[in-house]
Write a protein that binds this ligand. Structure first.
Ligand code: TXA
Ligand code: MG
Length: 319
């Protein structure tokens, strides 16, 4: 897989590949995506193949504007309110496909609903606009692995399976988008992310239910799967570091006994949850490669984007 730093000519090269039915890895503000033409079933099939993703797990279609999107989907009042508040940005809405929606059934795993997102990342915006079609794009990692927040992570995870990775620094947010199911009038958060239930409440006037992965029927097929898992076991809410362990810290370590730590990384010394979110996947990857027996993770406050960080950590533990 070739990594190329973003430039107008690299964007043009990526767009030509996408129009040709090939996959290209693109930067977004949440995580890097593995994109292809969402209308072209053959192109979408390559995404499932490269990622080793089960075909019952639908993909997100990416658009550059609400008017681009309105040819393909129906937005009810709930979706319209959330769209005007949080797009472009780190939010995905599950909505109904419109009658003449040309997006491939494979993209939506045969469902009558579709996941749609308008990313704010300027490079992603340019690529989607120039491609002229919605782009199906899951996170650009092998199914079940931690999502990539840099071009190097994509290369590490997918090897040379896609022809081009467009590199544009580190993903600012670092966690996948908040997925909100708007197919009923009452919104349900299917996956936590940077847009929180509090943010939605401010727009909708009520607090949406946050689906739990222990729910009998998860709202998102993807939430059923093993996810966000480093190979090294994690020990959460650690107040000490045992022999052979690495430390994934948050905030001050003044009151922690860390003398045993073989390796230590701090998600945010200042205790900033947004900084911690942007470092999480990258630090998990690095500690996972360091050969330690387990990773002791300090308590992360369960508020704001901290809820999404703890959600990903819990999933990594509960395998
Ligand atoms: O931030 C993100 O969302 C990134 C960037 C690249 O946009 N993409 C991403 O895609 O995280 P992926 O495929 O890793 O996660 C998409 C999630 C999955 O859990 C999938 O099951 C769910 O969205 N999903 C997609 N379509 C759905 C639908 N029609 N109904 C319910 N869930 C759906
Ligand atoms: Mg993913």
């Amino acid at each position: 897989m070739t990594i190329k730093s973003v430039s107008e000519s690299v964007i043009a090269e990526g767009v030509a590949l996408l129009r040709d039915g090939c996959c290209v890895s693109i930067p977004t503000e949440t995580v890097y995506g593995l994109a292809s033409d969402a209308i072209n079933g053959k192109a979408v099939a390559q995404i499932f193949d490269i990622k080793g993703r089960p075909t019952f797990n639908p993909l997100i279609s990416h658009f550059y504007s609400i008017s681009h999107l309105s040819d393909y989907v129906e937005l009810n009042d709930t979706a319209k309110k959330l769209a005007s508040a949080f797009w472009p940005g780190p939010m995905t809405l599950i909505v109904k496909r419109s009658k003449n929606c040309k997006i491939s059934d494979l993209t939506c795993a045969g469902l009558s609903t579709i996941a749609v997102r308008i990313p704010s990342h300027p490079t992603a915006q340019k690529i989607i606009k120039a491609a002229g079609v919605p782009l199906a794009a899951p996170s650009a990692n092998k199914s079940g692995e931690v999502s990539p927040t840099s071009a190097a992570h994509v290369a590490e995870s997918l090897g040379d399976k896609a022809p081009l990775i467009i590199a544009d620094g580190q993903s600012k947010i670092g966690l996948e988008s908040t997925v909100i199911d708007c197919t009923d009038d009452r919104a349900v958060i299917a996956r936590m992310g940077a847009i929180t239930a509090d943010d939605c409440e401010a727009v909708l006037g009520y607090r949406p239910y946050v689906a739990d992965h222990n729910d009998e029927k998860p709202v998102s097929p993807g939430q059923l799967l093993k996810h966000y898992a480093p190979k090294t076991p994690l020990r959460l809410r650690a107040y000490d570091v045992k022999e052979g362990e690495a430390l994934l810290a948050f905030g001050s370590t003044k009151f922690m006994n860390i003398k045993n730590a073989t390796k230590a990384m701090n998600l945010s010394e200042a205790g900033d949850l947004h900084e911690a979110a942007s470092n999480l996947f990258s630090y998990l990857r690095q500690l996972d490669k360091s050969g330690v027996q387990s990773i002791a993770v300090m308590d992360i406050p369960n508020q704001g984007i901290g809820l999404a960080i703890n959600d990903r950590l819990k999933r990594a533990v509960e395998q």
